[in-house]
Design a protein around this ligand. Structure first.
Ligand SMILES: [Zn+2]
Length: 342
């Protein structure tokens, strides 16, 4: 039982981390350089010449090559194998404190960057990270938790502040979010699945799912099918669309078996497939009626509908049976990944 005094004490403990350095300063492996800029803009598809063409840059307002400001984080990014930390820094202590109080889940919620000036080739950046704020306990859709904001300051070797990044995470108690109810005796009902973020582009798809209709958005100008739903046809740029109903058959194009992190609304191991429908579009859906270890790329699958709760029906896919059960027969025994007889 947590008393109000305990809770106040805990928040005070959390707040004592505000303003502390979150770890030692970190120095970028390389100064700002042309090859990294080139790779970045190629990957992003940004063909602004001020990033890569010395002549064009010389004639621009910058007078010289500049990197895209949003590359800021790249200049001090750790490598694939992070350097070992000495442990025990205030950020780790804060995370351990939250974990020990049951706030074990984490989600990143915001990232804001400020650029104080354009960088130039040769600038060599270092960062210092400060725990800027720890919030009071908040009730969020994901669960009860605390927001932790860290402020990363990017400086040149002269100490000039050239950029600031604020990164906010929510550390929350799993199973305490929207849809979860607490009855106090420890026998909590299973929390509901997370709600989809409905938009005017995708609402039709979830409405179709409620009626057990697997819909695919179709451009009415060029007939191209597309999924996930979006406002514009990538082929002809038309905004006009309607939807067609898929037959419900396809194959496993790719898949993952999720073991961790575990969210109370799901069962684990959780196989999730990228299903290529016979119509050609792909969608992500749970794989059911098959042992996670038996899922294979190319496995023929067909849709079934799972009514998770009164507001949420979603398609899932099971392996196509060698023989479809006749009406009235029990629905059991998947023989494995064999193509059904047509
Ligand atoms: Zn089109």
């Amino acid at each position: 039982m947590t008393t109000t005094a305990d809770a106040t004490d805990f928040v005070a403990q959390l707040k004592s981390f505000e303003g502390k350095e979150a770890g030692g300063p970190e120095r970028g492996a390389d100064p700002v350089n042309q090859p990294m800029i080139r790779h970045w803009v190629e990957a992003i598809g940004d063909d602004n010449p001020v990033y890569v063409d010395a002549d064009a840059a010389a004639n621009s307002v910058h007078g010289q090559i500049v990197p895209p400001p949003v590359m800021l984080q790249a200049w001090v990014m750790r490598g694939v194998r992070p350097r070992p930390t000495d442990g025990g820094n205030p950020r780790d202590e804060l995370m351990n404190l939250l974990d020990s109080a049951g706030f074990t889940s984490v989600v990143a919620t915001n990232c804001e960057q400020e650029y104080h000036r354009y960088l130039h080739l040769g600038d060599h950046l270092s960062t210092s990270t400060i725990i800027e704020a720890v919030s009071d306990e908040k009730a969020t859709g994901l669960g009860v938790g605390h927001f932790v904001t860290t402020r990363v300051e990017y400086r040149t070797e002269d100490g000039e502040l050239v950029g600031t990044m604020r990164f906010r995470i929510l550390k929350f108690k799993p199973g305490t979010g929207r849809g979860a109810t607490q009855d106090g005796d420890g026998s909590k009902p299973r929390p509901k699945r997370p709600r989809p973020a409905l938009t005017q582009d995708n609402a039709f798809w979830f409405a179709g799912a409620k009626e057990h209709r697997l819909l695919i958005q179709r451009c009415t100008q060029c007939q191209e099918l597309r999924h996930p739903p979006r406002p514009v046809c990538a082929k002809c740029r038309s905004y006009e669309w309607d939807a067609v109903e898929a037959g419900g058959r396809g194959t496993v194009y790719s898949y993952v078996v999720n073991h961790y992190p575990q969210v109370p609304a799901f069962d684990y191991p959780l196989p999730i497939g990228l299903i290529e429908l016979d119509e050609g579009t792909r969608l992500v859906a749970n794989l059911v009626g098959v042992d996670a270890a038996d899922v294979r790329v190319g496995m023929p699958v067909e849709v079934e509908w799972i009514e998770h709760d009164p507001d949420l029906t979603l398609p899932a896919f099971h392996p196509v049976r060698s023989e479809r059960p006749r009406a009235g027969q029990p629905d059991e025994g998947w023989p494995g990944p064999q193509r059904a007889e047509q």
